[in-house]
Every structure is written in structure tokens, then in C-alpha cells.
Design a protein around this ligand. Structure first.
Ligand code: THU
Length: 152
């Protein structure tokens, strides 16, 4: 790839590099119950990458998804603006879309966030926008609008 891209996240080399970080994070997944390891890599606007993996529990409902671990790490380190997130499931070339709960959490910090997942084609990845993954989303803007209108 020689031509410059307007968005670092959509640059193929950058997208593949982020996916690779997610793949590396997946190696740390604690998923003895589902045996479904997931890795995530969240690229902040300042260039930092926050990774996450799923962390399960004997009390099944307490499982943390990889994406939400990454978001928690990022926000707790002062990052709130993000360029893209890469998510990878157990298979290197099969897409693994974020679950519904993770979509809502990601939407909070990036209503337009590109979500990069692996694919089996020559590109090696595909990108989906949060807007497509969570149409009609409920988010901070709706709350703020209502609070302002009602003066609360
Ligand atoms: N999982 C994730 O980490 N992210 C998702 O978006 C989908 C599901 C995890 C949760 C659980 O540990 C395992 O995958 C099976 O659901």
C-alpha cells in the first residue's frame, strides 16, 4: 500500500496491525467454560492501543467480554476518543462481531467507531461502522437532549 489514507484506522496496514494486536491479546483469554477465546485491540486517537481478552468466571454470568475489558482499560488510563477497534474470535479468518452488550458500551465512546474483524478474503479483514451494528442506538445524546428539554 503506497497511497496515504485519510483515516489511519482504514489504512489496510494499520487495520491489519490492530487486528494482530487483538490476536495477541486473545492468547491471554481466560475462557475455560466457553472455550471461545476472544481478543480486542482499541486504538485511541492519541495512538495508544488498549487490548482486552474475555475473562470468564465459574459463575458464568460474570464473564467479561474482550471489548469491554479493552474499553475499561482505556478509559481508566484517560483515553476516551477512539479511532477503531479490532475484534477477533477463536478463528483467525472468521468474523466475530461484538455482542449486543459490547456494541452498547462501544457506542458510548464512539458512535461512528469502525469495527475491524477478520475475514477469509485477500484483504484479511472487514470493517463495519457502529451505526450499522447498532442502528437506532440509545446513547448519551438522547439523555442530554431530554435533560435539557426538561430542565433537570
Ligand atoms: N465474547 C467476547 O469476548 N466478546 C464478544 O463480543 C462476544 C462474546 C466472549 C464472552 C464469552 O467469554 C465467550 O465469548 C463466549 O460467549
Amino acid at each position: 500500500m503506497s497511497s496515504a489514507q485519510p483515516s489511519a484506522a482504514l489504512d489496510p496496514a494499520a487495520a491489519r496491525a490492530l487486528l494482530d494486536r487483538a490476536r495477541q491479546a486473545r492468547a491471554h483469554a481466560y475462557a475455560p467454560y466457553s472455550r471461545f477465546p476472544v481478543g480486542a485491540a482499541l486504538l485511541a486517537d492519541d495512538g495508544r492501543v488498549f487490548t482486552g481478552c474475555n475473562v470468564e468466571n465459574a459463575s458464568y454470568g460474570l464473564a467479561n467480554c474482550a471489548e469491554r475489558v479493552a474499553v475499561g482499560k482505556a478509559v481508566s488510563e484517560g483515553a476516551r476518543a477512539f479511532t477503531a477497534i479490532a475484534v477477533i474470535g477463536p478463528e483467525d479468518v472468521q468474523p466475530c462481531a461484538p455482542c449486543g452488550a459490547c456494541r452498547q458500551v462501544l457506542y458510548e465512546f464512539g458512535p461512528d467507531l469502525p469495527v475491524i474483524v477478520p475475514s477469509a478474503d485477500a484483504e484479511g479483514y472487514q470493517v463495519q461502522a457502529m451505526g450499522a451494528l447498532l442502528p437506532g442506538a440509545f446513547g448519551p445524546a438522547r439523555l442530554a437532549e431530554s435533560q435539557q428539554a426538561r430542565g433537570v
